[in-house]
Design a protein around this ligand. Structure first.
Ligand code: ZN
Ligand code: ZN
Ligand code: ZN
Length: 313
């Protein structure tokens, strides 16, 4: 008789491992799911022979996809992407198999800026790949002009694989009666485009998405106040601390995790727990599944965005 519970448990464990979980619970309605957490160049990173990426090649760490959010509305059977990463093929598949395998391939893509991890996935919508038809791509004015006037991106426009929709800073877009999106400018290395973050609002909850920003002090808004206004804040955690990479880090400014933690140290646990660190460089110890430095941040009440996790809106 004792074998029965064991068999049942084994069946559950086995089932979880082999069958993709499809999210069909319509009571949840609208939610964000995390499709990737790594910095632009992904994990492992090209030609990295250090411990960080060796862990992947030795089978100790799984591949981590590039930072991206999926926005899903099960009620209206729609789904959107935030950023078009080089890992987009896998990320669209994850959205389809684990969340919503109905409706269009994708109902739209929101771009933050023209750095490689955030827009080059658009190539998969074009002639050599999906061959999409008028897929809405939401972009700020400079980003839109950049795509229209530089190949190969301009071909996506002329062949009408994508349909560019111009965003205006601080101007709200209603995706349907349940979901709203607002872009806002943030300071960053803007070689080809401006950079935005997004506020994503559902019927009950809302989120911030700021995958790339220079130091918080350079932003005209106060990040602590902005985090307090939402339920989830997916924010730039590229580097853990100063000295992490052998390059002058002032040339690639990002808020270090330790700096963000310092900024929020006197805030309530409720505020701290809204933070979902995302966009981690391959050198960031917190990109690892298990790490003492990562644990020290988790112990303070902060969170790390988890791939395939669901954040109800
Ligand atoms: Zn980036
Ligand atoms: Zn590495
Ligand atoms: Zn960037």
């Amino acid at each position: 008789m004792r074998i029965l519970p064991f068999l049942f448990l084994s069946f559950i464990v086995f089932s979880c491992k082999t069958e993709p979980k499809i999210k069909t619970d319509k009571s949840i309605g609208q939610y964000i799911t995390v499709l990737g957490v790594a910095q632009d160049a992904g994990y492992p990173q090209v030609n990295c022979n250090k411990e960080c990426c060796k862990a992947f090649y030795e089978g100790l760490e799984p591949k981590k996809l590039i930072s991206s959010l999926g926005l899903v509305d099960l009620e209206t059977e729609q789904k959107w992407l935030f950023d078009a990463t080089p890992d987009m093929t896998q990320q669209i598949q994850d959205l389809k198999t684990a969340h919503l395998n109905k409706g269009k391939v994708i109902d739209g893509v929101f771009l933050t800026h023209a750095h490689i991890g955030h827009y080059t996935g658009l190539m998969y919508l074009g002639f050599e790949a999906l061959g999409g038809t008028n897929i809405p791509v939401y972009a700020m004015p400079k980003m839109k002009t950049y795509l229209e006037t530089n190949g190969p991106w301009s071909q996506l426009v002329t062949m009408q694989n994508i349909q560019l929709r111009k965003l205006k800073q601080d101007s709200l877009i209603s995706l349907n009666s349940n979901l709203r999106v607002t872009p806002f400018l943030v300071p960053h290395r803007d070689e080809y485009s401006e950079t935005v973050g997004y506020k994503i609002e559902g019927k009950r909850k809302s989120a911030l998405f700021i995958p790339d920003i220079n130091k918080w002090s350079l932003w005209k808004k106060n990040i602590v106040d902005e985090v307090k206004k939402v339920d989830y804040a997916f924010i730039d955690a590229t580097f853990f601390k100063e000295g992490e990479i052998p390059r002058p880090m002032a040339d690639i400014p990002h808020p270090f995790i330790v700096e963000t933690v310092k900024l929020f140290e006197n805030e309530s646990l409720e505020t701290k727990s809204k933070i979902q660190f995302i966009h981690l460089n391959h050198t960031n110890p917190a990109l690892k599944d298990n790490n003492v430095l990562k644990d020290s941040i988790l112990d303070l009440g902060y969170n790390f965005a988890k791939q395939s996790e669901i954040y109800e809106l």
